[in-house]
Design a protein around this ligand. Structure first.
Ligand SMILES: [Zn+2]
Ligand SMILES: [Zn+2]
Length: 177
């Protein structure tokens, strides 16, 4: 399975390298992929955030039939209208997902920065969104990366891979790593 990572307003190269290193356990082929994304239409001046669904739509429009999966990784702060923010969004059973690391940085909340924790949080949220691409729904198991998280405390508590049950569902769908 091939994963294309699309950096969008993303300047943290060491984090990107760490993510690729960790994701290569799941994907045989990972490529950095650049594509034109119109983010102006997704910006809300009132909220000073970007509407994740619109960003996804823009990428889907320019790549309707991608070779493998497409993950947009960004430092932009994302929202959907009913929520104050989202860490990411993905198509269920689709090929496209987006993850924002904006609120995964410890310095978003405290004065301290912690590189290890941002790698762990980012990896969990990427595997979570890609899990939706694979057709997985939210999982009640706290050990599972498919557990829903609306704050970083919840991300830190949950496990960093799929639980046995979710792995079983992936196997049943012939998604094997
Ligand atoms: Zn989810
Ligand atoms: Zn699970």
């Amino acid at each position: 399975m091939k994963l294309n990572i699309v950096p969008l307003k993303f300047s943290n190269d060491p984090l990107l390298r760490k993510l690729i290193e960790n994701l290569s356990l799941f994907f045989r082929e990972i490529e950095i992929f650049y594509t034109l994304i119109d983010i102006e239409k997704s910006y809300s001046p009132e909220r000073r955030q970007y509407y994740s669904t619109r960003i996804l739509e823009s990428v889907i429009k320019s790549n309707p039939e991608p070779d493998g999966y497409i993950l947009i990784i960004t430092e932009l702060d994302l929202f959907v209208p009913v929520l104050t923010h989202v860490f990411g969004e993905a198509q269920l059973n689709g090929r496209f997902s987006i993850v924002s690391v904006c609120r995964l940085y410890e310095e978003f909340y405290t004065a301290e920065s912690d590189n290890k924790i941002v790698v762990q949080r980012s990896l969990k949220e990427v595997l979570h969104e890609i899990g939706h691409n694979f057709g997985l729904l939210h999982c009640k198991n706290w050990e599972c990366v498919m557990h829903a998280s609306n704050n970083v405390e919840n991300i830190d508590i949950k496990g960093n891979t799929y639980c046995d049950e979710c792995f079983g569902l992936l196997k049943a769908k012939n998604i094997v790593f």
